[in-house]
Each structure stands twice: as structure tokens, then as C-alpha cells.
Write a protein that binds this ligand. Structure first.
Ligand code: ADP
Ligand code: F6P
Length: 320
């Protein structure tokens, strides 16, 4: 029987991480386990920045963005010595299991620690939704809703001025936020790495639409493409439509999590503690066909996530 577990958040923060931390702590307490909160991800594990959690340590956080445990990137944890220090800290405190809330990088670290005998369970927490073994990652819905609200606002002013707006959304190398935000905002075009694009073609279509009375144009660009400013300049040169660029940036990482993020975070966290309770480690929790499931960490990291090219194509086909 596992008696003591830890929980940490690592890599980029995501709305819903607090809901996950809360559910890990409360589930573990409900099962009679002791829980430790590790601050700033693997940095806190190596340095012993660790606090004992009780029922009240996670009060009043389910609706808050960010992470009460803070997060960090920890280069030292990529070294053999770093992982060994973390293992030794777990041994010293009697921590047998660990819930790691983060992205792919954090899961690689969790696999290393698992190989040293600490049972680790990864929970997918990133706004990018770029973790292959799961259809959904904690934070994705909130980030897309934030991006959608902001693009709507940009569209208002774009319409008033008969302009084009090029808006860059986050997603690291993946176009998932971009395609969904683009569809939700009725974007004229969506540019992601996953689908080839041609600025000449985009400009030509814009001019055809303008000739039929279209007043505003919104082009959603995925972060992986970059150069939103450059793209805006080229579009303006080619169309003579006044064009502005906006990079939405880190505003997409903050804010109160949506219902979906709070519920999925709670379900996944509960499932993670159940795995630890059974003495199971080296797994990543995910969602497949709306069901919570788990995978071996290495197998999860080797998977490839499909892009929804059909959604992308639908958006372009109906953007008159
Ligand atoms: P994310 O978890 O969001 O993908 P990062 O890629 O920045 O974010 O990873 C978070 C942390 O996980 C890193 O700072 C490092 O401590 C650890 N990590 C990342 N990649 C590896 C790796 N290949 N091996 C071991 N630990 C890693
Ligand atoms: O992974 C989440 C994310 O916000 C990505 O969309 C983005 O590329 C990256 O993190 C930004 O990281 P940082 O917080 O280090 O600027």
C-alpha cells in the first residue's frame, strides 16, 4: 500500500493545473495517504522545496489560473546527477509515488525518475494539446476560449477600418489552437505548419472576396509558423488592404479555467491517484473517446498526434 505521494507542476503552466492539484490532494487524503506539494517542478524536488498538503492547502483554488505550486524548467533534471538527487529526496521523505502535471518534456523526466524506482504518473497539462496519447490536455479549452474572445475583439476594430488582421496564437509547434480558434472566429484563413499555404493564393482570394463586398479579414497564424508581422506586411503589399498584426502571447496561458478544464483535470487527477494506490507507475493518463485511460510513458512519447485537416479545409471552404 502506497502511503505517501507527491505532486508537482512542470513546464509551461496551464489553466486547470490548480484543479488537478486539488483533486490529487483531496483524492489521496480521502484514501488515507499523505501528500506533499513540490514547488517549481523538478527544481523543488531536487532542492527539497516541498510542503505537506492538507485539506485546506487546496481550498479556493479550483477556479484560479496559474499553479499554486508554481512551475519551472529544470535543466539539472536532464542530468543523471539531477535525477539521482530527486530520487534521494523522495527516499528521504518516504515519497513512493509522484503525480507530474506537465507536457512531453516533464513526462521524459518522469520516465527517468520512474526507472529509479519512484512511481510516477504523468497528467497532460499544457494549453497546446500537443500530447499524442491524449485527445485532450488540461488548459486547452480555456486557452482557446481566451484566444477566441481576443480575436473577436480584433475583428470588431478590423471591420470598422476595413482592415485585415493577422493574429498569431500559441501552440509551440502544433496548430491545434490555431485551427479551432480560426473556425470559432470565422477566420478568412488559417495558417499552420500542418497544411501547406501560399500567400499569393491567400491574397488573390482576399481580393476576390473584397470585390464581392467583404470588409474585414482575419488570418489566424499558428505560433510555429511565426513572423505574423512579416506575413501582415506581405499581405498588405499584395492586396493593398491595410493590415495589422497581433501576437496574442502569454495572455492565452492565464485566467480562470473553463468547466471542461476543471472537470477533465479532476477526473484525470483522481485516476492518477488510483493508479498509484495500486502500486502502478511509469504511466501517462490521457483521454481517448472521452474516456480516461493510461499508457506506458515511453509508448505515449513515441505516439504521433493527427491534425484535423478536415476541419482546416472546412474553415477555408466556407470563408466567403
Ligand atoms: P513541458 O513539460 O511543458 O513539455 P519542458 O519541455 O520545458 O516543458 O520540460 C519541463 C521540464 O521537464 C524540463 O525543464 C526538465 O526538467 C524536464 N525534462 C524535459 N525534457 C527532458 C528530458 N529529455 N529528460 C529528462 N527531463 C526532461
Ligand atoms: O507550451 C505552452 C506554451 O505556452 C507554448 O504555446 C509556447 O510556445 C511556450 O509555452 C512559451 O513558453 P514560455 O513560457 O517559456 O515563453
Amino acid at each position: 500500500m502506497i502511503k505517501k505521494i507527491g505532486v508537482l507542476t512542470s513546464g509551461g503552466d496551464a489553466p486547470g493545473m490548480n484543479a488537478a492539484v486539488r483533486a490529487v490532494v483531496r483524492t489521496a487524503l480521502s484514501k488515507g495517504m499523505e501528500v506533499y506539494g513540490i514547488r517549481r517542478g523538478y527544481v523543488g524536488l531536487i532542492n527539497g522545496d516541498i510542503i505537506k498538503m492538507d485539506e485546506r492547502s487546496v481550498s479556493d483554488i479550483i477556479h484560479r489560473g496559474g499553479t499554486i505550486l508554481y512551475t519551472a524548467r529544470c535543466p539539472e533534471f536532464r542530468t543523471e546527477e539531477g535525477v539521482e538527487k530527486a530520487r534521494a529526496k523522495c527516499e528521504e521523505l518516504g515519497i513512493e509515488g509522484l503525480v507530474v502535471i506537465g507536457g512531453d518534456g516533464s513526462f521524459r523526466g518522469a520516465a527517468d525518475l520512474s526507472s529509479k524506482g519512484v512511481l510516477c504518473i504523468g497528467l497532460p497539462g499544457t494549453i497546446d494539446n500537443d500530447i499524442a496519447c491524449t485527445e485532450y490536455t488540461i488548459g486547452y479549452d480555456t486557452a482557446m476560449n481566451t484566444a477566441m474572445e481576443l480575436v473577436d475583439k480584433i475583428r470588431d476594430t478590423s471591420q470598422s477600418h476595413d482592415r485585415c488582421s493577422v493574429v498569431e496564437v500559441m501552440g509551440r509547434n502544433a496548430g491545434f489552437i490555431a485551427v479551432n480558434t480560426g473556425v470559432a472566429c470565422g477566420a478568412t484563413d488559417i495558417i499552420t505548419k500542418e497544411v501547406p499555404y501560399d500567400l499569393d493564393e491567400i491574397a488573390k482570394k482576399m481580393l476576390e472576396k473584397k470585390a464581392k463586398g467583404k470588409q474585414n479579414f482575419v488570418i489566424v497564424v499558428a505560433e510555429g509558423i511565426g513572423h505574423a508581422d512579416e506575413i501582415a506586411k506581405i499581405i498588405q503589399e499584395k492586396t493593398h488592404i491595410e493590415t495589422r498584426s497581433t501576437v496574442l502571447g502569454h495572455v492565452q496561458r492565464g485566467g480562470s479555467p473553463t468547466v471542461r478544464d476543471r472537470v477533465v483535470a479532476t477526473e484525470m487527477a483522481y485516476y492518477a491517484v488510483e493508479l498509484l494506490e495500486q502500486g502502478i507507475g511509469n504511466r501517462v493518463v490521457g483521454m481517448q473517446q472521452n474516456k480516461i485511460v493510461d499508457f506506458d510513458i515511453q509508448e505515449a512519447l513515441a505516439m504521433k498526434k493527427p491534425y484535423d485537416s478536415r476541419l482546416h479545409q472546412i474553415a477555408e471552404q466556407i470563408a466567403f
